[in-house]
Design a protein around this ligand. Structure first.
Ligand code: E4P
Length: 214
């Protein structure tokens, strides 16, 4: 399973990368807005740290605007994946970008049929938002299960990025289902790196060791 880091924060990306846990990075306009500096410079910096897919989202809502932004973003680095919103205009843009060989991540996916449309349009990735569905009492991981089944039925190459991850169980369940990728906020990654019994075990080993030295 690939882990992407869901952040535009350079320090977090460096830290996850040094652990070997950053196979890629996803950003969105809200994540970029939290950081200092301009969008393109942040993306260039991220591309220097992580040698994997780096998602950068367009702001335009019309197909032509999306295409213009997408070509500019793709020109920054070969690893840039253009994030396009799941709308009719976004699907048209995805189709055109796919023909041009520009990688896309169709974002804000909340239903399996949206994911099917995105795959048919030639999306490289789709991002189902599990946390935001859970927030409104829907089952976010059921959506991932259904997309996996559909893509498997028809052998689509589009990879599933489980997004809007809010806790370690989202990642565990996604891994058990066989989702290709989870994009994980740094604080969630840190949570599942540690376990109280690991800490307790380390302390007990050290205490025993130190007692034996006296
Ligand atoms: C990543 O591609 C998404 O933009 C991100 O996971 C959304 O997360 P949120 O629902 O916590 O904002």
């Amino acid at each position: 399973m690939k882990f992407f880091i869901d952040t535009a924060n350079i320090e977090e990306i460096k830290e996850a990368s040094s652990m070997g846990m950053a196979d890629g990075v996803t950003t969105n306009p809200s994540l970029i807005a939290r950081e200092e500096g301009n969008f393109q410079d942040i993306l260039k910096e991220i591309c220097k740290i992580v040698d994997g897919p780096i998602s950068a989202e367009v702001i335009s809502l019309d197909t032509e605007g999306m295409l213009k932004e997408a070509r500019q973003l793709a020109g920054i680095h070969e690893n840039i994946v253009v994030k396009v919103p799941m709308t009719i205009d976004g699907i048209k843009a995805t189709r055109r970008l796919s023909e041009e060989g520009i990688k896309t991540n169709v974002t804000l996916i909340f239903s399996p049929l949206q994911a099917l449309m995105a795959a048919k349009a030639g999306a490289t990735y789709v991002s189902p938002f599990v946390g935001r569905l859970d927030d409104i009492s829907h089952d976010g991981l059921l959506l991932v299960e259904q997309i996996l089944e559909i893509y498997n039925n028809y052998a689509y190459d589009t990879e599933i990025i489980v997004a809007s991850v809010r806790n370690p169980l989202h990642v565990l369940d996604a891994a058990l289902m066989g989702a290709d990728i989870a994009t994980i906020p740094f604080e969630v990654l840190s949570k599942f790196a540690s376990h109280p019994l690991t800490d307790k075990g380390i302390k007990a080993f050290l205490d025993d060791w130190n007692r034996a030295q006296k």
